[in-house]
Design a protein around this ligand. Sequence first.
Ligand code: SF4
Length: 316
Amino acid sequence: MDPAKRASVGVRSDNRLEEQVKDWLRYGEDLGLGPYYRDRAPLHAIAEATAAPLESQSAAASSNMPVAAAMAAAAPGRAPGAPINVAPSSASQKAASAAAMKTPPAAPASTILPAATSPSLFEAMERIAGDTLQRIREDIGDCTRCKLHKARTNIVFGVGNPKAELVFVGEGPGRDEDLKGEPFVGRAGKLLTQMIEAMGLRREDVYIANVVKCRPPENRLPEKDEISTCSPFLMRQLDVIKPKVICCLGSCSSQTLLQTTQGISKFRGEWFDFRGAKLIATYHPAYLLRNPPAKSEVWKDLQKVMAYLGLQPKKR
Ligand code: SF4
């Protein structure tokens, strides 16, 4: 082939390729995926090369053509005007779709709790020599250190085996706990007791405490200042008990101990080192009362704890 002809064929195939790339980018824009693929590094060059014409074409497309029509036009093999079927058609597609709806997407490992560059507040907190649970309770006294004292009936210190290998940590007392002065005694508490028994333990074998010792009004989440004022007492309790495993129940306790703002679903079921203990976070029993299907996830987390502590499940 003479050089002029080869050059002309090359230009035609370049133009076809460019048109195909533009078609795909336009299709993605119509689906609302523009920001997604524009941010992908390998496509950056393409996006930059085609950005100006594309944006004007895309604007024209989005103003003149409804998304459904654009999808219909872009869908291979679809007759013009045919209805767009977005529901999974085959049994396997339906199963995959149902699984995707039920299963939250796994967090990429790199997004989980980036390594701290300095000791966390609690890692840096010094242990108090000769501390005891009784001394901590005496130090709390009739506490008015934060605003939660105003509406409380009882300070809910904590309960259980002072030498427990396993400590459960919740966020704060609810109404029943406030009235009784004991953590996890309401409906969520009964479920926690069942979970403990399913692990082959009795409630009195473990220790149960909260991040804050007084009930937040209307069962709201404890606020930052309340957590920072009260949580050092929890740290002292953990230092005295020296459990092998700390199981955080819900976002508040896990975010407090791990010093993170990430949602619990990002790190639930993962092991962390915490002041000489292993720490694992799972969903709060109150959440399980509202969302029973999540019990299976919690059971998986508790099984990890059982394996670590060498526990056998309760025989039925
Ligand atoms: Fe004191 Fe803690 Fe109660 Fe606040 S929540 S008043 S710091 S015991």
